[in-house]
Design a binder for this molecule. Structure first.
Ligand SMILES: [Zn+2]
Ligand SMILES: [Zn+2]
Length: 384
């Protein structure tokens, strides 16, 4: 059967319409999802992923794919860190430790993604897997003894970090353990950071060790397949990201910031890091609109609190204000404003006074299970 209306439509005209639609259709452009976490304390907040694989080890993508994925994910910098000791595709792709960087570099440059040369030293636990980044010669890490591989990275001025310390492939219970070998690396200045988050795993032990030893906290995808096979942006997922607070948006700036341990971890809906940086992120993204209040004792009003960060903040009251009753918990959804009901207590203020509402943000972690203290600041008069 034929649709008669369609059939009668002059064929030449129909073709002309199709042709014009096709020629005027814009090419589908790739888009980039910016990560809405602002610059703070005079530093650029660079979004980075320093651990991923390609077909040159056990990954499933060609190196040029990684900078494109990074651009789309809103990243500033990546490091491709193929395994030195493990190349299951060797029959098809020969061992060439420096080729992933060289192949990916022009694509990274074209997209203004900073590409850092790296490798993964892949040994049994202890010491486990260790990444060296800012290498100049990855092949030099192919040594018999793991100590020599780490030293070869150090000799090149690399930033060296311990990967996935609680990986179930090496610690079946998922608990990270510190060995003598790690003390030795630390004492020799050969350990500069630890992955507090690898892929979807958070290691509280690694978080504590970073705090204890002043090491950089890292959060990396360790992705092997195409990134969206592991983290689905359509479901609101994002890869784990290392936030680097850098003086400049370039490799040298990142190297300096990592060495100074100015990093934080962005994992799922959490940011993990040092209190000063987390507070600065909160203060830069949360505003109390119409923050001047004028109430009588016992009167209530709604504050409007806006959150410009892409992380939803979960607040828990830390200490009750002398002047205002405020909710025990507040959620500030990403990119939205919410109404927060407050009630004036019976403590009158003689004149306009700074009123602080002291909360803890449960998903800004300054230590395992310890949220970041923050303050919502108001100004107001409470009348008798
Ligand atoms: Zn590994
Ligand atoms: Zn890896």
């Amino acid at each position: 059967m034929i649709d008669q209306k369609f059939y009668r439509f002059p064929q030449a005209l129909l073709l002309a319409i199709f042709a014009s639609v096709l020629s005027s259709a814009p090419a589908k452009a790739m888009d980039r999802s910016e990560i809405a976490i602002p610059d703070v304390l005079g530093y650029h907040t660079l979004k980075c992923d320093f651990h991923m694989h390609t077909v040159f080890s056990d990954g499933l993508v060609w190196p040029t794919v990684r900078p494109i994925e990074a651009w789309r994910d809103g990243l500033d910098a990546i490091s491709i860190t193929d395994h030195i000791e493990y190349q299951p595709h060797r029959g098809d792709i020969p061992t060439k430790h420096d080729r992933p960087y060289e192949i990916a570099k022009p694509t990274a440059d074209n997209n203004h993604v900073i590409l850092i040369r790296g490798s993964e030293i892949t040994r049994a636990m202890p010491p486990g897997h260790i990444n060296g980044i800012f290498l100049t010669d990855c092949s030099a890490l192919a040594t018999d003894k793991w100590e020599d591989a780490v030293q070869a990275a150090a000799d090149q001025g690399a930033f060296i970090f311990w990967n996935h310390p609680g990986w179930t492939g090496q610690q079946p219970d998922g608990v990270a353990r510190w060995y003598e070998e790690h003390s030795m690396l630390l004492e020799k200045g050969l350990l500069h950071g630890i992955e507090v988050v690898n892929h979807t795993s958070y290691y509280p032990e690694a978080h504590r060790w970073c705090l204890e030893h002043g090491l950089a906290m890292l959060s990396n995808s360790d992705v092997h397949p195409p990134i969206d096979h592991s983290f689905e942006p359509m479901s609101g997922e994002h890869r784990p990201v290392t936030l680097v607070f850098s003086k400049s948006r370039d490799a040298e700036g990142i190297h300096e910031a990592l060495s100074a341990a100015r990093t934080a971890v962005y994992h799922q809906d959490k940011i993990i890091g040092k209190e000063d940086f987390l507070q600065a992120i909160f203060d830069a993204t949360v505003t109390v609109k119409f923050s001047e209040i004028d109430l009588r004792a016992g009167q209530t009003t709604n504050l409007q609190v806006h959150n410009a960060c892409e992380v939803p903040y979960r607040l828990k009251l830390r200490e009750a204000s002398e002047f205002l009753e405020s909710p025990g918990s507040i959620t500030l959804p990403a990119g939205k404003s919410v109404l927060v009901r407050v009630k004036a207590k019976n403590n009158a203020t003689a004149e306009p006074t700074e009123i602080a509402l002291d909360y803890e943000v449960e998903n800004l972690l300054v230590a395992p299970d310890e949220g970041c203290p923050v303050t919502l600041k108001l100004k107001g008069i409470i009348r008798e």
